[in-house]
Write a protein of this length. Structure first.
Length: 652
RNA sequence: GGCGAUGUAGCUCAGAUGGUUAGAGCAUACGGCUCAUAUCCGUAGUGUCCGGGGUUCAAUUCCCUGCAUCGCCA
């Protein structure tokens, strides 16, 4: 079997965050899983480096676009090894080979008549020097310049996407796995039920030069998506070469839901126009929220993968991300959740199973794998559970149902822990007559640990390596590195020497408390366990918050740059504030303040409040005001700072 | 406004083409063990399976409708 798995190429206008890391870890785990199954695997990621946003960012930093993209692209490339992600190829859209191929494809599609010159009318903002989409507008205005964009007409090149619409619909119906999970397939089909418009694939060089020149008209550069998607081909040597023929036939893409349309509509129609077969599968996943809140730069809650690795360890991060998210749906990230997973799944269940088994082997067989005796009923059940796990694991990994695959692995871990309790090796060890039985039980534990090492390898390579070392196996031993050879019961060899290793996963303290206040442990150790003690303290102090909780509130000074009444509301004002990013806040102060008197004022805001929609306007924060009474009437008085400070200053 | 998804235990989520006592993990309470990382094992709960109506001998499951949340489209 052959496998070609890709992530999107990441746009270099921002640094890698949790979402990028998740997509790339998924692709890495899948590629490792396929290798485990003996496949010839090619795994590609990279960076997308053209377009106006990049050009703007470079200007802002006063460097050339090329210098800028080199720097950010390197950040991506360097962050993957920290997560034990090993791509076979890292492609950049500024690579000469890529540029050449994109131009060749454009020429071909142009020559066959699927690209034509036409007119485009769009909403152009002079301030931004670019077209805005309807979605970006706030009340019909450019969000950055507070004025309506102009409808202007520009001549451009268009790709005849509409020509391939029906072919694409037919393909999706004929290949149920083409877009998965199903909800995204439905979304695409629903979008395709309306006539497609042709895709504008050029930008005039008068507006943008940072792009790939159209080979047939030097006055234009290529629209970023038409450029970027082609990376999946250039990265494997299209149009020539063995790699291309071998890998393109089995291509699978992993993406997040925000780029569904380019991948499920632009890309297949482009391929149809090029006369190429379509990719095999498109795997679409959801978003990681932070707690309940969407991760975003303006809220300032962006999670950096490198920090997680430092805090929790790389394998914990990989495990958590795959276990916690149902592939396709959104999931929620929090330090509480990751600590919980680490403590209960990794330390208590897996780590402790490994540790207790190894300890008994050391004590009872001098760390030698014993020779098993006759199989009894509990042994049979353990074996059956293991075999069942192997088949569920393989099936679910192949279907990108990582959380289910891991669930079945943990079913075995949990069963093995029960097996120990039922078998009571420590009792057997006391009776010489039971030695055969003891050896059987211990052998079965070794065998279970070996199978766990095998299946955990794609997800937690470092841990699997440690486990292998503990089991006295070489990392390349096919019994733990090859699924078809290793995934069966009974392959551990008696006589193998086991090695003592450190704990796989030390337990972590819960994030909310450090644990100083437990000196007062009472008589009965169990009843006054630290955990309960903490709980009681917390209950007694309802209403008091921890310093850490306070720190989570992002208070800032904001300058009011615009204010207006919200129609149909007596109480609400819509404020535009600088803090220092521009954001819209809806405040219920219209009864006490006029828009005019607010202009230029410095107010205090909560900057990381979950955004809400009030009277159809999204509010990204909250303005602080004192509640008071003047002559018996309720009154709100805005808070402010006593001196002049810059907008955006933190308040603490 | 159109289309679609989701709504199940305190929390996160499984689940059945309709059929006895609706499940798992976490959290909680109690008990057991001592090989183990204060770990592990067992027992115990709580559910108007979103509301309302319909089909049926039987609906949490199918149909209709309402509400809530989310997504896509306009």
């Amino acid at each position: 079997m052959t496998t070609y798995i890709t992530t999107p190429i990441y746009y270099v206008n921002a640094q890698p965050h949790l979402g990028h890391a998740y997509t790339t870890i998924v692709a890495d785990v899948y590629s490792r899983f396929c290798r485990l199954c003996g496949d010839d695997v090619r795994f590609q990621t990279g960076t997308d480096e053209h377009g106006d946003k990049i050009a703007e960012a470079a200007i802002k930093e006063q460097v050339s676009p090329k210098e800028y993209v080199d720097r950010i692209s390197a950040l991506y490339r360097e962050s993957w090894p920290q997560l034990h992600i090993i791509p076979d190829n890292f492609i950049r859209t500024t690579d000469a080979v890529h540029i050449e191929t994109v131009q060749r494809i454009l020429q071909q599609v142009y020559d066959q008549g699927d690209i034509y010159f036409g007119e485009y009318t769009g909403l152009y903002c002079k301030g931004c020097e670019r077209f805005l989409t309807e979605k970006e507008l706030v009340d019909g205005n450019c969000p950055d310049h507070q004025r309506p964009p102009e409808a202007i007409t520009e001549q451009n090149y268009f790709f005849r996407m509409s020509k391939y619409q029906q072919q694409l619909i037919d393909h999706i119906h004929a290949h149920p796995d083409f877009i998965t999970p199903e909800r995204y397939k439905n979304e695409v089909l629903s979008f395709l039920s309306e006539p497609l418009e042709d895709l504008c694939i050029s930008r005039p060089t008068s507006r943008l030069t940072w792009g790939i020149a159209l080979p047939f008209d030097q006055n234009f550069v290529t629209y970023v998506w038409f450029d970027a998607l082609i990376n999946y081909l250039t990265g494997i040597g299209y149009p020539e070469g063995e790699s291309f023929l071998k890998y393109w036939a089995v291509a699978e893409h992993v993406i997040a839901k925000d780029i569904l349309k380019p991948h499920a509509i632009y890309w297949p129609t482009m391929l149809l126009a090029m006369g190429l077969p379509l990719f095999q599968r498109l795997h679409v996943h959801g978003y990681w929220n932070v707690g309940e809140i969407k991760m975003s730069k303006s809220i300032g809650n962006v999670v950096r993968p490198a920090e997680l690795v430092t805090e929790y360890g790389v394998d914990t991060v990989r495990y958590f991300l795959l276990r916690e998210m149902s592939f396709g749906l959104d999931a929620s990230f929090s330090s509480e959740a990751i600590v919980m997973r680490k403590n209960s799944d990794l330390a208590n269940d897996l780590g402790n199973l490994f540790s207790r088994s190894m300890a008994m082997l050391e004590k009872y067989t001098d760390s030698q794998v014993p020779i098993p005796g006759a199989t009894e009923e509990p042994d049979m059940i353990l074996q059956e559970t293991a075999v069942q796990m192997l088949s569920l694991y393989r099936e679910n990994m192949g279907r990108f149902q990582f959380h289910r695959a891991l669930q079945s692995v943990w079913d075995l871990i949990s069963h093995a822990n029960k097996y120990i309790v039922v078998s009571e090796p420590w009792v057997l060890a006391k009776e010489p007559a039971q030695q055969k039985r003891l050896h059987t039980v211990l052998y079965n534990l070794v065998e279970t640990l070996r199978l766990l090492t095998l299946v955990l390898r794609p997800v937690m390579p470092e841990t699997a390596q440690k486990m292998a070392a503990g089991l006295g196996l070489d990392g390349n031993d096919p019994r733990i590195s090859n699924f078809s050879q290793g995934a069966q019961w009974g392959l551990s060899s008696a006589g193998t020497s086991l090695q003592a290793i450190e704990s796989l996963f030390p337990r972590m303290d819960k994030p909310e408390k450090s644990g100083a206040a437990q000196a007062v442990t009472g008589a009965s150790a169990k009843k006054n366990s630290p955990k309960k003690e903490k709980k009681k303290v917390a209950d007694a102090e309802v209403g008091v918050i921890e310093f850490e909780q306070f720190q989570q509130i992002d208070l800032r000074v904001a300058e009011v740059v615009h204010a207006e009444r919200i129609e149909k509301s007596d109480r609400l004002l819509k404020l535009t504030v600088k803090a220092p990013d521009t954001r819209t806040i809806v405040a219920g102060i219209a009864e006490y303040y006029t828009p005019e008197e607010l202009l230029g004022r410095l107010v205090l805001i909560v900057a990381n409040l979950k955004p809400v929609e009030l009277m159809g306007v999204q509010s990204q924060g909250m303005v602080l005001a004192a509640k008071t009474k003047v002559e018996g009437k309720k009154r709100l008085v805005l808070t402010t700072v006593s001196g002049v400070v810059t907008a955006g200053s933190k308040v603490a």
